[in-house]
Design a protein around this ligand. Structure first.
Ligand SMILES: Cc1ncc(COP(=O)(O)O)c(C=O)c1O
Length: 400
């Protein structure tokens, strides 16, 4: 039996990037002592008031169908927080509740793109973007943010990639994997291009509440941008709620109306008890997530300090999020070799940067999603691994 041509478009490198993570989990399940630093799932518990709100809603019998694109109360809560943070006038009619930011990206791709269209993605980018764009029938076009420029966007490169078929540009701020937070000038340069070429911007801001240095900015808040921007976010990272699958898109009401139709033939609404808990999560966000942000900041400082002391590695200091990029070129290994050999010899899993785009080749992404003691131990194992590469290299070539 044959499948749709879509199955080819949703496979590929992004899906393959997880192989190392899956092997690490399999080894852990066999009882091996693996340090899994290959996924962006906070190890922290969802704050108790959120869990209690869900339990209460379940006890109250909130177990039935809900509106396809989210309950009014939650749409209002999302709108209020985004309005407060971005200074925009946003109401429930601008908000759609979806099953995590990933589902929001998929909705957006389906609603903006189709066969014959091109969508630019600023790379390094989250590994699912390529398939998410391709699933619509559109062609993903990679615009590199070079390592030599700190993985920051280059407006000339964006402009050069635009063709008459270009309909949208996908960006991530704060970025996964680099932790770069785009500043007002960088966002204005991108907004200027979008206005001149009449492009949609899809802005993935899932790490927006986890900024350590400086502050988060939304491109939708710039003049003339709200009407051409879809902002996607969720509670997954900030609130340690990846499994709750609670996310949203914020967009012009006309797009939300189409999203409502798409929800009716796909998602069919999130569970009511999850949405009640999500309301608590958003309404009490300042109080509930400050501790998470502090923990990740401390871990960032700790891990960057430890790894920077290793002679053959160069560590990027992320401004936000839960990942750090490590330049492993000084070890003489490719990032693919480094990641696989590290898992094999020291039982630490990290992701090959190349999975996020060719500009991140030579780097690996390490998630600081373990407590400090276990992170310390993982850093120790990485140091030991680097020493063995050094001595192997010296044995092979006395001149190294
Ligand atoms: C940049 C980025 N966007 C989206 C997602 C998906 O998040 P969610 O759990 O909200 O679907 C992730 C998860 O790692 C991510 O890193």
């Amino acid at each position: 039996m044959e499948f749709s041509s879509r199955v080819e478009r949703i496979g590929g490198e992004g899906a393959e990037a997880w192989a190392i993570h899956e092997q690490a989990l399999a080894a852990q399940a066999r009882g091996e002592d693996v340090r899994v630093l290959s996924v962006g799932d906070p190890d922290l518990a969802t704050p108790a008031p959120i869990v209690e709100r869900a339990q209460q809603a379940l006890a109250d019998g909130d177990t039935h169908y809900t509106p396809g694109l989210g309950e009014h109360e939650l749409r209002c809560a999302v709108a209020r927080r985004f309005a407060a943070q971005s200074g925009q006038t946003v109401g429930a009619e601008h908000v759609g509740i979806v099953s995590g930011a990933q589902n929001g990206l998929f909705f957006t791709s389906m609603l903006l793109l189709g066969p014959g269209d091109e969508a630019l993605m600023l790379c390094p980018a989250y590994v699912t973007y390529e398939a998410t764009i391709a699933a619509s029938g559109a062609t993903p076009v990679i615009v590199d943010m070079p390592a030599a420029n700190g993985f920051r966007p280059e407006p000339e490169a964006i402009e050069a990639a635009i063709t008459p078929r270009t309909r949208a540009l996908f960006l991530t701020t704060p970025n996964n994997p680099t932790g770069a937070v785009l500043g007002p000038d960088e966002l204005e340069a991108i907004a200027d291009i979008a206005r001149r070429h009449d492009l949609w911007i899809v802005s993935d801001e899932v790490y927006g509440e986890l900024v350590f240095d400086g502050r988060h900015h939304s491109i939708a808040a710039l003049p003339g941008m709200a009407e051409r921007t879809v902002t996607v976010s969720s509670l997954s990272k900030s609130h340690a709620m990846t499994g709750w699958r609670s996310g949203w898109l914020i967009a012009p009401p006309a797009l939300i109306a189409h999203a409502e139709n798409l929800a009716l033939c796909s998602l069919y609404g999130l569970p009511g008890f999850v949405q009640k808990a999500a309301c608590t999560a958003i309404d009490r966000a300042d109080e509930l997530i400050a501790e998470h942000r502090d923990i990740f900041r401390q871990r960032r400082d700790h891990v960057v300090g430890r790894l920077d002391a290793i002679e053959t590695l160069r560590v990027l200091r992320p401004e936000a999020g839960m990942f750090t990029m490590i330049d492993v070129r000084g070890t003489g290994l490719s990032s693919t070799e480094f990641a696989w050999h590290l898992l094999e010899h020291q039982r630490v899993s990290v992701l090959d940067g190349a999975a996020f785009g060719r500009s991140a080749s030579g780097y690996v992404r390490l998630s600081y999603t373990l407590d400090e003691d276990r992170l310390d131990e993982a850093c120790e194992r990485i140091a030991a691994f680097c020493r063995t590469i050094d001595s192997t290299a010296r044995e092979e070539s006395p001149h190294v």
